[in-house]
Design a protein around this ligand. Structure first.
Ligand SMILES: *[C@@H]1O[C@H](CO)[C@@H](O)[C@H](O)[C@H]1NC(C)=O
Ligand SMILES: *[C@@H]1O[C@H](CO)[C@@H](O)[C@H](O)[C@H]1NC(C)=O
Ligand SMILES: *[C@@H]1O[C@H](CO)[C@@H](O)[C@H](O)[C@H]1NC(C)=O
Ligand SMILES: *[C@@H]1O[C@H](CO)[C@@H](O)[C@H](O)[C@H]1NC(C)=O
Ligand SMILES: *[C@@H]1O[C@H](CO)[C@@H](O)[C@H](O)[C@H]1NC(C)=O
Length: 365
């Protein structure tokens, strides 16, 4: 018996080595049961299926894997913390093929977001890969859509996040928009490009919490809270960010940097806004505030904000009547460096305050 068992282990060991050596196979996923064998292959095809309620569809991929999404994915509806999907791996090519990932938003949307009401699974899509991710089409995320923590360089292109149904009240939300805290892209990673994507939602289109070398280019954001850096908590760095060629439409804020009033030992450095357009801003066009969560409260100065430029290129911004075009609320001595705002052209709305900032040049309200 013992020798046989030993042989059995040996055979199992050899076949594992063989499997690893022939990872060039194609794995196919048509249910969660298929995941563990499919991820041993460096091509993974995903067919249409429904992920059972209360379970995460999780892919921990071999380096160099190509994923092809070939059908629509749904998630069973249930109040739980999530996430609904997450993917990890290095040098991954993730082809979404514009197949729909339906988070079932209306089941959860009660106008109260992530801090109250029904527990909403979030993020819907946890992206922890390097490589490329293209043409992923998300509809109706229960709350935050994408959370990104890439382990190496990642380029995201052609993603759609359509939570537009959440703009309207429903039977659970009273008079409020049903969708809330439906952030588009929450970023905590470096060497990241997000381009040519569309976000229709009720919170930040982009929110960068930490990271360096981040480009957000040629995206379309509608109805939500626009393009944000922050909110910045303690002990984090955001640096070398380029925001270019984006179109922000009918949003409460267009371009915002928000640092927590209580945050310490953090830095936001070298952010360049180039050739963006914002129209029908409904609350603040540009808002840089160190009193978050208050917009124009008592600012903290534990976060240094330096070198925030609207130049080169022209960023044009039109504020709705009653909205502020530009407001800046810095802590004492914490907004420093060169702030060349000569490319910022604003119209409509009214002027906001500029507090504790004598480094902006090339712009007057
Ligand atoms: C979850 O509920 C939403 C809203 O009613 C619905 O659109 C979606 O199809 C449901 N998902 C499933 C898997 O039944
Ligand atoms: C941008 O995305 C759209 C929709 O996914 C796609 O049709 C188009 O080819 C993309 N354009 C570029 C320049 O990548
Ligand atoms: C940012 O990009 C520069 C230039 O490519 C590179 O030298 C640096 O290592 C990058 N920073 C991080 C944190 O990867
Ligand atoms: C500022 O960030 C840009 C990317 O937006 C980068 O090319 C440039 O080298 C950075 N400047 C410094 C001084 O780090
Ligand atoms: C302006 O934005 C608000 C809020 O998103 C929206 O309700 C309104 O329809 C928009 N107006 C125009 C002219 O697009």
């Amino acid at each position: 018996m013992f020798p046989l068992l030993g042989l059995g282990f040996l055979v199992a060991g050899i076949s594992a080595v063989t499997a690893a050596g022939s990872s060039s196979c194609t794995g196919t996923i048509s249910s969660l049961n298929d995941v563990s064998s499919a991820i041993k292959c460096t091509t993974v095809n995903i067919n249409a299926f429904t992920v059972p309620a209360g379970q995460t569809f999780e892919l921990q991929l071999l380096d160099g894997t190509t994923v092809n999404v070939l059908g629509d994915i749904q998630f069973g509806n249930m109040s739980w913390a999530g996430p609904l999907f997450q993917v990890g791996g290095n040098d991954i090519t993730f082809n979404g093929n514009n197949k729909k990932w339906d988070g079932g938003g209306p089941f959860y949307w009660d106008g109260q977001g992530t801090n109250a009401g029904i527990t909403k699974p979030h993020p819907m899509m946890g992206i922890y890969i390097s490589g490329t991710l293209n043409d992923v089409y998300v509809v109706n995320s229960p709350a935050h859509a994408f959370s990104i923590g890439n382990p190496g360089p990642l380029t995201i292109s052609g993603v759609t996040i359509d939570d537009s149904q959440g703009n309207y009240p429903n039977s659970q939300s009273g008079k409020n928009s049903a969708g809330r805290n439906t952030d588009g892209f929450d970023v905590g990673g470096s060497n990241l490009i997000i381009q040519n994507s569309t976000v229709l939602n009720q919170d930040d289109c982009l929110a960068i919490g930490r990271g360096t070398n981040i480009t957000f280019a040629d995206n379309y954001c509608e109805y939500g809270h626009g393009i944000s850096i922050g909110s910045i908590s303690s002990n984090v760095v955001v640096s070398n960010v380029e925001i270019s060629g984006n179109n922000v439409v009918s949003s409460a804020y267009s371009f915002r940097i928000k640092t927590d009033a209580s945050a310490t030992n953090s830095m936001v450095q070298n952010v360049t806004y180039t050739a963006n357009t914002a129209t029908n801003c409904t609350y603040y066009g540009v808002l840089i505030t160190q009193s978050y969560p208050a917009n124009m409260g008592t600012p903290g100065n534990g976060v240094t904000i330096s070198d925030i430029n609207f130049n080169p290129g022209t960023t044009s911004l039109t504020a709705n009547s009653g909205a502020y075009r530009v407001a800046v609320n810095c802590g004492s001595g914490s907004c420093i460096g060169n702030w060349d705002w000569s490319g910022l052209h604003t119209s409509g709305g009214k002027a906001g305050s500029i507090v504790n900032n004598n480094v902006i040049t090339g712009f007057t309200q």
